[in-house]
Design a protein around this ligand. Structure first.
Ligand SMILES: C[S@@+](CC[C@H](N)C(=O)[O-])C[C@H]1O[C@@H](n2cnc3c(N)ncnc32)[C@H](O)[C@@H]1O
Length: 144
């Protein structure tokens, strides 16, 4: 498994639990902006080799994560994108909880909203939007 992140503080929490679970040796951690990591995987010839990709990072890059992940997934592979409802704010900005206003901008919300609209019409994929927690969209890459 390849894990992407840029924040050493959060990573130290993750690494503690990977060690406790005895899975550290299975995780290839790339401490680098994820767009760079995904592009470098493609440059290394790893297109269409991934079974599953989970996207849960900065919202401004969500469209790039979607496009690059689609290239990396095998046909029939699955992507899960977290926070696709943003507590309803993708439909009505006023629904964003007060405590999230410090970490999510209106342009973050717009980015997720536009990606939701794009994925809905995208013939490259089949989707199912799970209305659990903050919204998770499951995306299966079609074998076109
Ligand atoms: C909401 S947290 C999710 C972490 C993890 N997926 C989880 O469920 O515990 C978002 C993470 O995205 C990371 N992040 C933000 N911008 C990033 C970027 N450009 N490249 C890679 N990771 C990024 C943050 O450091 C943070 O750890």
């Amino acid at each position: 498994m390849i894990a992407c992140d840029i924040n050493e503080e959060w990573l130290s929490v993750a690494q503690k639990y990977w060690a406790q679970a005895g899975v550290s040796h299975k995780i290839d951690l790339r401490v680098c902006p994820a767009v760079q990591t995904l592009n470098s995987l493609l440059d290394d010839g790893q297109a269409e080799t991934f079974d599953f990709i989970f996207v849960d990072a900065d919202k401004q890059n969500y469209d790039q994560y979607y496009e690059l992940s689609l290239k990396l997934l095998k046909p029939g592979g699955l992507m899960a994108i977290d926070n696709t409802l943003l507590f309803g704010s993708v439909v009505n900005v006023a629904l964003l909880p007060e405590e999230l206003k410090a970490i999510l901008s209106e342009s973050d919300i717009e980015m997720v909203k536009q990606l939701n609209l794009k994925i809905k019409k995208d013939i490259r994929v089949d989707i199912s939007m799970l209305q659990v927690a903050d919204g998770i969209t499951l995306i299966r890459k079609n074998d076109l």
